[in-house]
Design a protein around this ligand. Sequence first.
Ligand SMILES: Cc1cc2nc3c(=O)[nH]c(=O)nc-3n(C[C@H](O)[C@H](O)[C@H](O)COP(=O)(O)OP(=O)(O)OC[C@H]3O[C@@H](n4cnc5c(N)ncnc54)[C@H](O)[C@@H]3O)c2cc1C
Length: 417
Amino acid sequence: MDNAGPPGIVRAMDHDALIAGGGLNGTALALALASGGLRVGLVDPLAASVRSGAGFDGRSYALSLGSVNLLRALGIWFELEGDAQPILAIRVSDGHAGQGASPLALAFDHAEIEEGPMGHMVEDRHLRPALLRAVERAGIALYDRRAAVAHAADPTGIRATLDDGTEVRARLLVGCDGKRSPTAVRAGIGRMTWGYGQTGMVAAISHGRPHEGTAHQFFMPEGPLAILPLTGNRSSIVWTERADRAEAVAALDDAAYLETLRPRFGDFLGDIALAGSRFSYPLGLSLAHRMAGDRVALVGDAAHAVHPIAGQGLNAGLKDVGALAEVLVEARRRGEDIGRADVLERYQRWRRWDVATLALATDGFNRLFSNDNPFLRLARDAGLAMINAWPEARRGFIREAAGLTGDRPRLLAGRPL
Ligand SMILES: Cc1cc2nc3c(=O)[nH]c(=O)nc-3n(C[C@H](O)[C@H](O)[C@H](O)COP(=O)(O)OP(=O)(O)OC[C@H]3O[C@@H](n4cnc5c(N)ncnc54)[C@H](O)[C@@H]3O)c2cc1C
């Protein structure tokens, strides 16, 4: 798997772009850049075999149509399609444990847009290995089991140092290294961060009745509960609770855990059982002040990690991937140095507003819905009912969630670079 050669000094200008971080965004970016003819290196402290191993990450992703288009253009959707569940409808309601959902609900149906399902649910255990297999097939140089620990920019490129002493030269370093991005820290890019004091508990649940492709979002005072359809009679739940309460729930055995979940879940899907391991993710907001620095660009959670309330974090990261790949490949075709400040500024201008808006919107929704203030409850129920009665607003929401709005990168519109 590791085809970057033994540790030591690597020859000058090894790659056009060196990517720090081989998570979902880092691997997708590596594939996108390679498909545009750029030479790419990919660094990650964890071995690819560990990252693609069973039980590495329990999340499932609500991938927008735009993200699905990108995966199709990168040649991996055909491997995922069979295990992906189309999202045919979304139902949003206020709720209380034990009382079920409020009757004033907001409902979206895929038939309201022409493009088909708003998106697909894809499990991490399928997506991550498919991306890593494609990276291997593409012959991308992997620096596995090594972390990028230092870098220095000069007028022609950057020199990155890995923790085993290997030095790698490239025109550009891309930080796809998560919400604490060491690349951003080294590049002097600050960030705005706060914790929500909430934890997202994730698990796959099997149930007696079919979900009909409907995704549910129940807004409970402690935090939202999302029930997202997977293939078969299974759903992925993202159960958000205050951190102290989540810790207590995580400590329960499976039977007690299900007893606690049942009143929140309700019985509309019949009897429920666990269909896999339980995972917990602390939730917070992390927004980098800039998405570009001196021969450095940031992508995915390294630039913006948001509350999962709208299931848009990875979708936003894949938009970064599409935008950066398009900017860099076009720059290369024009004979420009892809690490130059004005090239990176094009990427930053393209993505910055969208990303800041997403961070603000997810933060605002979480504050508005994760509480039990009776006036806010009344106002938001009325708001949901109003939008529900307004077809144009509903269509707008669906198109936004499906990733069909704004200045879309070519890959997200299903076109090659
Ligand atoms: C509960 C939950 C549910 C979610 N559901 C959805 C959803 O439905 N839809 C959606 O679109 N998004 C969703 N998201 C968001 C999504 O999971 C993230 O946005 C996405 O996984 C981020 O991927 P990434 O590759 O940017 O970062 P990460 O997954 O954090 O990857 C970072 C990588 O960098 C590596 N690294 C770290 N340090 C170094 C270093 N020094 N050098 C090199 N490499 C390094 C790490 O090993 C890691 O592999 C959800 C998030 C949560 C918490």
